[in-house]
Design a protein around this ligand. Structure first.
Ligand code: PEP
Ligand code: MG
Length: 568
């Protein structure tokens, strides 16, 4: 089988199939006089499920991912929503369905409503409803046991969780267990399964589609978390091959870990900066652990997402200051709120006609000065603890740069008036992710302190390919000569002006294109901490000047660059 590999690594073990309550509920009609009692049974189950979730929020382990509490709270709020309790009761009253049947029917109705929503973030909330309903069905059936067969498995055997989907609450229970991998039918790279699996460093494959129907409890599974391949009861020769790959991968990781303190320097002496992308403040520790030279991108919007309120100035200040303190003098780049397109705030339900081209990122912030001002004040206060690089996403016009400077001045004046201590210890930079600014880069590089190329969006806007749309995913081509020319043009402008230019999109962490990026002249890469040592290994084996000559001659002719020709 094949799904989407979201956490690298190999696992070989036995399947533990998690039940999906929705598929197995009893359907029967109740007597008219019993409808009120049935409604009450439903409401009690909703209340019990909500109490359970709230209990979990209150007792979250210290090492649980930060977003876990927010996700559990969202689930407990859904349980209170009239669309569940009231409308399900109406089905019981009108159609005389039993509570389980009414609940699954209501789940289908809501599921269909969410499935046709244009906004990808809202569509994903359909998964939350489904998970909440599963939880209530488990309560109704009197079973809250998640993995009934677990105790029967020999203690030394690796176990692989197989599920339709894994809710944040279930993920929390699974964290403490001894699981070697996670496989799910649903979900994508930003699903809860992926997020938590990543923080546990456990291989995971999501979006398989039919894993639950093809795998039985106790089957032997082989999982390749990089390619998304899953083998079920493989023959001995295949098992041997994967045991070999698993051992080789472990050796590679051990060898790579030796590079942690080695310098990222090319064979011809070019020193390269390798920084980390983080989404939550706690991940700064992971960046340090991986030997990062700094934080090249803190996606601050993750502080704002999956909650019903906005983080206030104090909460944001503490988050930013904690990253600055953890990084102890290394550069910390904090991107201002990049909301809109595929990332929306709860409650912002108005969907633009074309969200990727709409009121997104800096456009959203300039249109919402209160939200932006709160963030800027928090950043200025955090800069008391060390220099901050403020990074503005989705800039396309110089007047936006001026407006940002103005907003920062206002934020400073407000703090001044409130006599709150702050510093103006910051540099200001912009993301290069709209082709227009890469093409007309000079005024931007002149007026800003640094630039960071967001290749994820730059590719989407250059090639007119929605980065989240599977139907056109094959045309999403990081190696398109037009994309590479824009990157090269930006790096060259930075070199001429003596200002730093980084790449912080996914390309920066892909070791197979490290040599190509060095050939474009890149000296600053920012990526997920897990990818850092792979990239460092490539840097240390590369001859930067030789690569620059090869890459420049291909780009001059707008030819595709053959990565094999750049290999050492
Ligand atoms: C990018 O666009 O390359 C980027 C780093 O930002 P994001 O992926 O958060 O849009
Ligand atoms: Mg972007």
């Amino acid at each position: 089988m094949r799904g989407q590999g979201v956490v690298k690594g190999y696992a070989i073990g036995r399947a533990v199939v998690m039940g999906a309550a929705t598929l197995e509920v009893a359907h029967y009609r109740i007597q008219p006089e019993a409808v009120q009692a049935e409604c009450q049974r439903l409401k009690s189950a909703l209340a019990l499920a909500r109490d359970e979730l709230q209990g979990m929020v209150a007792n979250l382990p210290d090492d649980a991912p930060r977003e876990m509490g927010a996700l559990l709270t969202v689930h407990s709020m859904l349980l209170d929503d009239p669309m569940l309790a009231q409308q399900t009761c109406e089905l019981i009253i009108e159609r005389h369905y039993n509570a389980e049947w009414a609940l699954t029917t209501q789940g289908q109705i809501l599921g269909e409503q969410f499935a046709i929503m244009e906004d990808a973030y809202l569509r994903e909330r359909g998964a939350d409803i489904r998970q909440v309903i599963e939880r209530v069905l488990r309560v109704l059936s009197g079973s809250t046991v998640l993995l009934p067969r677990l105790s029967e498995a020999p203690a030394d055997e690796a176990l692989i969780v197989v599920a339709r989907d894994i809710s944040p609450a279930d993920m929390l229970k699974l964290r403490g267990g001894r699981f070697a991998a996670f496989l799910t039918d649903l979900g994508g790279p930003t699903s809860h399964t992926a997020i938590v699996a990543r923080s546990m460093n456990v291989p995971a494959v999501v979006g398989i589609g039919n894993v639950r129907s093809l795998v039985r409890d106790g089957d032997v599974l082989v999982v390749d978390g990089a390619t998304g391949a899953v083998l079920v009861n493989p023959p001995q020769f295949a098992l041997n091959e994967y045991l070999r790959r698993q051992a080789a991968y472990a050796d590679d990781r051990a060898e790579l870990s030796l590079l942690r303190d080695a310098e990222a320097i090319t064979l011809d002496g070019v020193r390269v900066k390798l920084e980390a992308n983080i989404e939550l403040p706690e991940e700064a520790a992971m960046a340090l652990e991986a030997g990062a030279d700094g934080i090249g991108l803190f996606r601050s919007e993750f502080l704002f997402m999956g909650r019903s309120d906005l983080p206030g100035e104090q909460e944001q200040y503490e988050a930013y200051a904690s990253v600055v303190q953890t990084m102890a003098g290394r550069p910390v780049t904090i991107r201002t709120l990049d909301i809109g397109a595929d990332k929306t705030l709860d409650g912002d339900i108005a969907v633009a006609a074309n969200p990727a081209l709409g009121l997104r990122a800096i456009r959203y912030c300039l249109a919402n000065p209160e939200i932006f001002g709160t963030q800027l004040r928090a950043l200025l206060r955090a800069s008391l603890h060390g220099k901050i690089r403020i990074l503005i996403p989705m800039i396309s016009h110089m007047h936006e740069v001026h407006a940002v400077r103005q907003a920062i001045a206002v934020a400073g004046a407000e703090l001044e008036a409130r006599r709150i201590p702050y510093a103006s210890n910051y540099e200001l930079g912009a993301m290069v992710e709209i082709p227009a600014i890469a093409i007309a880069i000079e005024p931007f590089i002149d007026s800003l302190d640094f630039l960071s190329i967001g290749t994820n969006d730059l590719i989407q806007y250059t090639l007119a390919i929605d980065r989240g749309d599977n139907d056109v995913a094959e045309l999403y081509d990081p190696m398109h000569p037009a994309v590479l020319r824009l990157i090269a043009h930006t790096i060259n402008a930075g070199e001429r002006a003596g200002k730093p230019v980084a790449v912080c999109g996914e390309m920066a962490g892909d070791a197979s294109v490290t040599r190509m990026l060095l050939g474009l002249g890149l000296k600053e890469f920012s990526m997920h901490p897990q990818q850092l040592l792979d990239v460092k290994k490539e840097v240390r084996l590369a001859h930067s000047n030789a690569l620059r000559i090869k890459v420049a001659s291909a780009l001059n002719r707008a030819e595709r660059i053959d990565l094999a020709l750049l290999a050492g």
